[in-house]
Design a protein around this ligand. Structure first.
Ligand code: MSP
Length: 671
């Protein structure tokens, strides 16, 4: 957009930060895709967006999992956090910052925040006696348990009796109740607001236990060794520490600009933490409260929760592998209701791909492009001959510019996609009504034929621009096929901005029709094969891990997939690393996150595709020395064959090319 970024209104959106206890499943990813669509839409419609997500890395559950995997907790969370980030990247998530609660700066701020609460009398020391649910990292009294189990997740709880610090929630309960009542939008959907008020706040808030002594994997309370800060205090504060809240000092300008957050997007299971503990933590710091907490419903498999014990967990990377990225994003965004849980099955997914993505979107785009090629040699015709029949289609298309912002601001993502789909459906009907193939038979109707196709192409342009927020790759393909530069927010307010006379770009396939029986078989084979590979990988767990831990590790397949076993010198000898010189680097034509390199490795110039677009400006890389994994099996990445891998060192959000310390000829062997 042309206007100055500084003049744009800020918009801060967060997701819950995921526990680094295991590989995330499609349910976890649903939330992130939802946040991504909102962030992209807000950017598109003119906001300066800050989108923060990341991982929650402390707590008893994670310490136990790391022990079971025979790994130091830090290494365990490093690997799982990287796996989680990889999954976010697979889903094409446009986060601005991926945070980790083991970040030293965050940890130091939490210590200061904890001390401040203590010094101002919000926290006091006492004795905790009660029940603890490890998977939820939650405390319960005897009377809150349901059949002796966790009232939230139904799992076993453990008895805990230990010295602990407590937060005086009761001191702020009145102010919180008043805030919730006077800000009807604060807790969404409405049903969750009533639940919080009636079940928790009005009956009276008990003081919250905010430190633990029975394990050590947490942020130490610096003035009382042996205590670690309760993981929810550590986790919730991520929303302020990372954008630049500085306890006891001046806050970063960035923080002052973006806080309070516009929306915290979280699952319904953790809304209590976000609408009771979190606002009180903020009140005690004298900070304004977030504008909205949206407790989204859950994605179920069939009608049940996903769980490893039921064996029904669906992972995002598997789904993307089988169905393609945008089909999976579409399902998460379009099929999930606003307030009730949604359901995912392969059958439903296939039905939506065939029924909506192929029949409605793909069909309209294909036939419109094909007719433009057939009747006008692929040159976009002139707009012409305004007829009554055109009116409804044009009005519906233009109306999106008014209705989408309202719907998206209310977080009605599925409704927003439905209204785009309605326009596409209407356009398909318009094709049947105007019968371009009949017009094409009559040379006198050439201008009208051009006008009809122009209208259709214009619907495709405007819908394609909006679709970029939800299905970014598909939107990009549509825009590339139209060879248009009119893709800004304001360009979507006007019907008629498509450039007549431009030649259409190359045809690109959007979605393939799926044969349900064939696909089901393909998935079964894929999963069986994956299971086999996983079982084989289990055999290479280092023998230093005791048998019991080995079994546990095989179950917690996250650790299994990320833990690296020792290798021998012979294993290393199989790897061929060569010094290379970057000849050129460009953005990948079909994927925002990828760069395409030409690298001279002595024997030839290779094409190498690397997912590092976010970190480097391609214009600055030519001439650089690099190290290349040269005997990696080549693979097609979004249509471009990649012949090797560039080696990079990673530290948090920082990436650096690995290269010899002095100039070496391309092709020199690294050993
Ligand atoms: N670490 C805490 C959040 C701290 S935020 C300060 C946590 N982590 S989690 O990994 O268990 O969950 C991350 C998010 O995924 C939560 O918002 C949770 O509700 C969501 N989901 C987990 N399973 C889900 C589905 N099946 N469907 C939709 N969302 C789900 O809680």
């Amino acid at each position: 957009m042309a206007e100055d970024k500084a003049a744009k209104k800020p918009y801060y959106i967060t997701t819950a930060i995921a526990y680094t206890s295991g590989k995330p499943h499609i349910g976890n990813l649903y939330e992130i895709v939802l946040a991504d669509a909102i962030a992209r839409f807000m950017r598109f419609s003119g906001y300066d967006v800050y989108f923060q997500t990341g991982t929650d890395e402390h707590g008893q559950k994670i310490q136990d999992k790391a022990e079971a995997a025979g790994m130091a907790p830090q290494r365990f969370v490093d690997e799982i956090s990287a796996e989680i980030k990889r999954n976010w990247d697979i889903m094409n998530i446009s986060y601005d910052k991926f945070v980790r609660t083991t970040d030293p700066d965050h940890m130091a701020k939490i210590q200061k925040i904890f001390k401040k609460y203590y010094e101002q009398g919000d926290i006091y020391k006492g004795m905790y006696e009660g029940w603890y649910c490890k998977p939820d990292e939650s405390f319960f009294t005897e009377s809150q348990l349901v059949d002796g189990k966790c009232p939230d997740c139904g799992r076993e709880v453990e008895y805990a009796k230990e010295e602990a610090y407590f937060f005086r929630l009761s001191k702020y309960a009145g102010a919180l109740e008043e805030y919730i009542e006077s800000h009807p939008d604060f807790i969404q959907p409405e049903s969750r607001k009533n639940e919080m008020l009636n079940n928790f706040i009005k009956p009276g808030l008990k003081d919250l236990c905010v430190s633990r002594t029975s394990f050590s994997w947490g942020i130490p309370v610096d003035f009382d060794p042996g205590h670690v800060v309760y993981v929810w205090i550590d986790a919730l504060a991520n929303y302020i520490t990372f954008p630049g809240y500085n306890p006891g000092g001046a806050n970063d300008e960035f923080f002052e600009k973006f806080w309070p957050a516009d929306v915290h997007l979280v699952g319904k299971d953790i809304i209590r933490f976000h609408t009771i503990y979190w606002p009180i933590m903020l009140m005690a710091l004298g900070l304004p409260l977030p504008k909205k907490v949206f407790g989204h419903p859950w994605l179920l498999v069939g009608d049940g929760k996903m769980s490893k014990s039921k064996g029904n967990v669906i992972y995002a990377d598997d789904l993307v592998e089988s169905f393609g990225l945008d089909a999976v994003r579409y399902y998460c965004l379009k099929e999930m209701p606003f307030a009730q849980d949604g359901s995912l099955t392969y059958d439903l997914l296939i039905e939506r791909i065939n029924g909506e993505l192929v029949n409605i979107l793909g069909n309209l785009v294909n036939r419109t492009m094909a007719m433009t090629r057939q009747y006008f040699d692929g040159v976009i015709p002139e707009s012409c001959c305004d007829e009554d029949i055109d009116g409804e289609l044009k009005a519906m298309t233009i109306e999106l510019h008014e209705t989408l912002p309202e719907k998206m601001a209310a977080l009605k993502i599925s409704d927003s996609m439905q209204s785009i789909l309605n326009v596409l459906r209407r356009a398909n009907k318009y094709v049947d009504e105007t019968t371009p193939w009949v017009l094409a038979k009559d040379p006198a109707q050439k201008s009208r034929l051009g006008g009809v196709l122009y209208n259709l192409l214009e619907v495709v342009r405007i819908c394609g621009c909006y679709l970029k927020c939800f299905l970014p790759d598909t939107g990009d393909k549509i825009i590339a096929m139209l060879s248009t530069t009119h893709t800004d927010w304001e360009d979507c307010a006007v019907f008629g901005k498509l450039e007549s006379g431009n030649t259409l770009g190359e045809t690109q396939k959007l979605f393939e029709r799926i044969d349900p029986a064939k696909k089901q078989k393909e998935i079964a084979d894929y999963l069986a094969n994956k299971q086999k590979t996983t079982a084989e990988a289990a055999n290479v767990i280092p023998s230093a891990i005791p048998e019991t831990a080995k079994a546990e590790t095989v179950k917690a397949e996250t650790a299994l997939e990320t833990a690296k076993a020792e290798i021998t010198a012979e294993d290393f000898a199989k790897i061929e690393i060569k010094v290379g010189k970057i000849i050129s680097c460009e953005k990948h034509p079909n994927a925002e996150k990828l760069l395409v390199f030409k690298v001279d490795t002595g024997e030839k110039v290779r094409t190498i595709v690397s997912g590092i677009a976010k970190y480097f400006d391609p214009a600055t890389l030519a001439g650089k020395q690099v190290c290349v994994l040269a005997n990696l099996k080549s693979a097609k990445l979004r249509g471009v064959e990649s012949e090797g891998m560039l080696l990079l060192a990673e530290e948090g959000d920082k990436l650096s090319f690995v290269a010899p310390e002095q100039a070496m000829a391309p092709g020199s062997i690294v050993k």
